[in-house]
Design a protein around this ligand. Structure first.
Ligand SMILES: Cc1ncc(COP(=O)(O)O)c(C=O)c1O
Length: 394
């Protein structure tokens, strides 16, 4: 029930995205893998049922539909094997439950996606796992936080909302010197622009909900690991039972095939909008690693091959009713959570209430944008109108 391997390593990443996990000639020539809907799967005999010596025994434990996406994601990430979960958060929690046990210590970047933090602060705490949050800019100095029982360093790059770029190779070097595992939430790069395993990570998780699905119409998560960690992940994924539905998995496969061209356009539009925002009087600071002025730009340039469509900026302080006017005036930017679809999105944020290892220095409202595939001039005009309405009401 496992789909292991990366036999596409010698081809280009765009070719891999198009071909991995598809085997048309084993499927009557159909371009796309079929969608198997399953709970019950018949065993051919009493003996087979007793021995469970069959490739597929129960819908939750694996289907050809699941395997097709597992194979494609493992290839995309450059890892050994992948498991698919019903959401990004379930991929994160399944991964943490697979590799941590009572008495372990976990280091988590202060910039992590907030529900990851909540899981550590509540579920892992109750299970006897201690979490320490660290400054995402620590790099090799992460070693100062290691304890004898530190088991895993959890990274997310760039950080949720505030977009800090972590020096993952430096963290990996320090962690591996002590036998500590390193995981990354690789959702922002979609596994396409950051090759977690080539940079030494042991585990990569993604909210497939974002760029893999790519159309805001399904939720998925992926966990990819090294060969060494595969038996543990495979076992715990089975034990936890967090399997995704076949139609959502199919939407993930369908979305994946156009990942490269979508990301290219997200990046082009986002560089243009982020650069334009930098020049606006209403804006205090733009946080997007592809901008040369961004503090994470050099590390991003070294480790990433591109940038996606999610970034943030901080408004110069204005009263809250003016911030509301900004958001309520936007036409093409929808106000809603998640990201990675073809459409542009905007949400306010304020990390100051929940970060514990770093201090958020800004007074003005944070704005997180996802730049979609629209015409960039329309997006600029939309933002321009929202700034004008905000300023008029301030
Ligand atoms: C960086 C990151 N990781 C994980 C998740 C969780 O994904 P999902 O919403 O599919 O549970 C999100 C969702 O916004 C996210 O932004």
């Amino acid at each position: 029930m496992t789909s292991l391997k990366n036999d596409h390593q010698k081809i280009g990443p765009s070719t891999d995205i198009v071909h991995s996990g598809r085997h048309p000639h084993e499927n009557h020539g159909f371009v796309n893998p079929p969608v198997y809907h399953a709970s019950t799967i018949f065993f051919p005999s009493y003996e087979a049922l007793k021995s469970r010596d069959v490739k597929y025994g129960y819908g939750r434990r694996g289907t050809p539909t699941m395997e097709a996406l597992e194979e494609a994601v493992a290839s995309l990430e450059g890892g050994y094997g992948s498991k698919i979960c019903p959401s990004g958060l379930s991929a994160i929690t399944t991964m943490l439950l697979s590799f941590l046990k009572a008495g372990d210590h976990l280091l988590v970047t202060d910039s992590t996606y907030r529900p990851t933090r909540s899981f550590c602060d509540h579920v892992l705490k109750d299970l006897g796992v201690e979490t320490t949050y660290y400054d995402p800019m620590l790099g090799a100095d992460i070693a100062t936080l290691f304890k004898d029982n530190t088991k895993l360093v959890y990274t997310e790059c760039p950080g949720s909302q505030t977009m800090e770029v972590q020096d993952i190779p430096a963290i990996v070097e320090a962690a591996h010197a002590k036998g500590i595992l390193v995981s990354t939430d690789n959702t922002w790069s979609a596994g396409h622009y950051f090759k977690a395993f080539a940079h030494g990570c042991d585990i990569s998780v993604q909210a497939g909900t974002k760029y893999i699905v790519g159309h805001s119409d399904a939720m998925l998560g992926t966990i990819t690991v090294t060969e060494e960690l595969w038996p543990t992940l495979d076992r715990y994924w089975q034990l936890i039972g967090s399997c995704a539905g076949p139609d959502d998995i199919y939407l993930g496969q369908r979305g994946l095939r156009t990942l490269d061209v979508r990301l290219e356009r997200h990046m082009k539009n986002t560089i243009e909008i982020a650069s334009w925002l930098q020049e606006r009087d209403e804006v205090e600071r733009v946080m997007y690693p592809a901008l040369p002025s961004d503090p994470g730009h050099e590390i991003w340039k070294r480790d990433f091959s591109g940038a996606s469509g999610l970034f943030s900026f901080v408004l110069k302080p204005v009263p809250e009713h003016a911030v509301a006017k900004f958001f309520n005036t936007l036409q093409f930017f929808g106000m809603g959570y998640s990201w990675g679809g073809y459409e542009s999105l905007a949400v306010p944020f304020d990390p100051s209430s929940y970060r514990s290892a770093t201090v958020w220095p800004h007074e003005g409202s944070g704005v997180r944008l996802h730049i979609g595939l629209e015409d960039v001039d329309d997006l600029k005009a939309d933002l321009d109108g929202a700034f004008a309405a905000m300023t008029a009401s301030a």
